[in-house]
Ligand binder design. Structure first.
Ligand code: M2E
Length: 247
């Protein structure tokens, strides 16, 4: 039996915790916040590579629920950078035919940023080459609690019966419920934590960690991880004997 081709083991949904911007800035003696600017610029080559490899969804963690606890000046800078990034990203999405979506607790964001996010989603909703999901003010625990609240409202209004509350009906209420779960979760920056990212959606994700700081993360390193992902897929579910006997 011929080995499945590499393309049959392409991860359909890749999620990235883009960590290391501040350390990159310090290591390169950049001005405050410049590390985040470099972080922003690091995203395009990764989007383009995923697009060319046939990845369906790329989700990136741009601002977490916990980031609100950072110094006020850094939060303000990140919010400004997010707004600037979205303005810059829209024409790129037009060029790539990539749909832009946002997940997270938008109620915490300035109304202007909320409107810009909604406009970006509406303007790119019809593109189908790939979906780029940007997590802003997002937390996996917020996501699950928010889903529980939505499901409780459905139960109170009689849309669902309590006996029908299960993994499926709750899973239909979390962010990205209309998108396949995460196949490959990557964290840059040398930490080995999920940090409250896509907890529900990454239940079965292959985990990849790299010491590389996010601004230094390249499509070549992502390609090497995707080769490892394909190798893991070929081993998936087999016993060690089957692998040793190469059956
Ligand atoms: C990004 C966010 O550390 C982050 C700061 C904000 C910008 N950034 C790095 C991003 O990755 C949103 C979009 Cl639309 C594009 C890039």
């Amino acid at each position: 039996m011929s080995q499945p081709s590499f393309s049959s083991s392409i991860p359909k949904h890749i999620a990235i915790i883009m960590d290391g911007n501040n350390r990159y800035g310090k290591a390169n003696s950049l001005a405050t916040g410049e590390g985040h600017v470099k972080g922003k610029d690091a995203l395009d080559p990764i989007v383009e590579f995923c697009l060319n490899k046939g990845v369906d969804v790329l989700t990136v963690f741009a601002f977490s629920s916990e980031n609100w606890q950072r110094p006020a000046d850094e939060v303000a800078l990140l919010m400004h950078l997010l707004e600037q990034s979205i303005h810059e990203q829209i024409p790129k999405m037009d060029n790539y035919q990539v749909r832009l979506r946002f997940i997270g607790d938008r109620s915490q964001l300035d109304i202007g940023l909320q409107k810009l996010m909604a406009q970006a989603e509406e303007k790119t909703a019809h593109y189908d080459a790939m979906t780029l999901v940007i997590a802003i003010s997002y937390g996996g625990q917020w996501d699950i609690a928010n889903a529980a609240k939505q499901l409780a409202k459905k139960a109170v209004s009689g849309q669902v019966d309590v006996k029908d509350i299960n993994v499926n009906t709750l899973g239909n209420c979390v962010e990205l419920a209309d998108i396949p779960d995460v196949d490959m979760l990557i964290r840059t920056g040398g930490e080995y934590r999920i940090s409250n990212f896509l907890l529900w959606q990454s239940a079965y994700a292959e985990l990849f960690f790299t010491d590389t700081l996010w601004p230094d993360f390249t499509d070549k390193e992502l390609e090497n991880m995707m080769v490892e992902f394909a190798n893991r897929q070929r081993r998936f579910g087999k016993t060690s004997e089957q692998i040793e006997n190469k059956t």
